[in-house]
Write a protein that binds this ligand. Structure first.
Ligand SMILES: NC(=O)c1ccc[n+]([C@@H]2O[C@H](COP(=O)([O-])OP(=O)(O)OC[C@H]3O[C@@H](n4cnc5c(N)ncnc54)[C@H](O)[C@@H]3O)[C@@H](O)[C@H]2O)c1
Length: 326
């Protein structure tokens, strides 16, 4: 890699935790040309990790996203339960369950083997980086690296600095991540939920409010999301959208609308009831919708296919699409 971040071998990156996201993060890094040390903290990961990564690589090759067949990338991949293998990594990405105690125990094992100049990052969805870095030996070298599933097709990546993170190192990670096919965001100041989850959870809260209070059904809300935001969000973000469609109108609407939006701080009953009854969504067929096994499988497959399609569209419209036409 051109960007030498740590003075270590910048080609080798470790991923610890080989669940849903760990496997797609490994795929992304392999396609970008890294050597990847994939550590399984629990034996169950070994049952599926290799197969999952191979499937992602095969599909990426079929879609023209990866230039070589999976066999080539597998030469750069080590799947192991042995943390010692992480010793030469310049960066290790932790991708275990969203549980501080588990993450803390994993950091201890990682830091006992990696170089003190290596970087450590977490794919946590919402635990503040300033809290997680307190559990590490070198908090200034600790960052959030928040990916979106499937990590190898999405352009999204948030690099989050905690209170003690060295922002210059964060900037270097930001530069490096462009080589992973990302259009990243550097969050210079830690905030719970980072950027995207703060935006999305305000939407989820309002969606629950509308359904719980009888204004719309789950299907109505989903249709509105797909056909409104779904038509512009891959091209522009909230601010460019307001510019495109007349910023003054938003100013007028905000005055009367904002006071009526939900600002509830409790978990909405709609989702609480589902989760307390054991619902896990497509994973067990019970969520806001019910799914037969076949429907669940088809939704997963369709989402996977769609993620390759939308990536192609997004690549045609990068953030600087207009300046390129000037
Ligand atoms: N799923 C998403 O879309 C998504 C998006 C962004 C961030 N994240 C975050 O990524 C992380 C992993 O999420 P995921 O969806 O891959 O979860 P997952 O349930 O698919 O995988 C979790 C992994 O955690 C590890 N693990 C489980 N029990 C453990 C234990 N006792 N000790 C050590 N390791 C253990 C295993 O490697 C397991 O495969 C979480 O912090 C999650 O919040 C997930």
């Amino acid at each position: 890699m051109e960007e030498n971040i740590t003075g270590n071998d910048d080609k080798t990156i470790g991923v610890v935790g080989l669940g849903l996201m760990g496997c797609s993060i490994c795929t992304c890094l392999l396609i970008a040309g890294h050597k990847v040390i994939a550590v399984a903290p629990i034996a169950a990961d070994l049952d599926h990790a290799e197969n999952r990564i191979r499937k992602h690589l095969d599909k990426s090759y079929e879609e023209g996203m990866a230039t070589m067949k999976s066999l080539h990338y597998f030469e750069n991949l080590v799947i192991t339960t042995d943390y010692e293998e992480l010793a030469g990594c310049m960066l290790v990405i932790e991708c275990t369950l969203e549980n501080i105690e588990i993450k803390k125990s994993v950091y201890g094992k990682i830091e006992s083997v990696i170089s003190p100049t290596a970087l450590l990052a977490s794919n946590t969805s919402a635990i503040p980086i300033s809290i997680l870095q307190n559990e590490t030996l070198h908090p200034e070298r600790f960052f959030g690296l928040h990916w979106a599933e499937p990590s190898h097709t999405t352009r999204f990546l948030e690099i989050i600095c905690g209170e003690q993170s060295n922002v210059e190192l964060g900037e270097k990670l930001y530069n490096l991540s462009h080589k992973w096919g990302k259009e990243p965001t550097l969050v210079r100041k830690d905030i719970r939920g980072f950027i995207t989850n703060r935006l999305m959870y305000s939407l989820y809260r309002e969606a629950c409010y509308l359904v719980e209070n009888g204004y719309a059904t789950v299907e109505d809300v989903d249709r509105a999301c797909r056909n409104n935001a779904g038509y512009w969000m891959t091209l522009v973000g909230a601010f460019r959208w307001m510019d495109l469609t007349g910023v003054a109108a938003y100013h007028t609407v905000m005055k009367d609308l904002l006071p009526t939006l939900s600002n509830a701080t409790e978990i909405p009953k709609l989702i609480d009831d589902i989760v307390k009854a054991g619902g896990r969504g497509v994973a067990n067929g019970k969520g806001f919708y019910n799914y037969t096994e076949e429907e669940a499988r088809l939704w997963e497959e369709t989402f996977n296919n769609f993620s390759y399609e939308i990536r192609k569209l997004a690549l045609k419209y990068p953030a600087d699409v207009v300046s390129k036409q000037l």
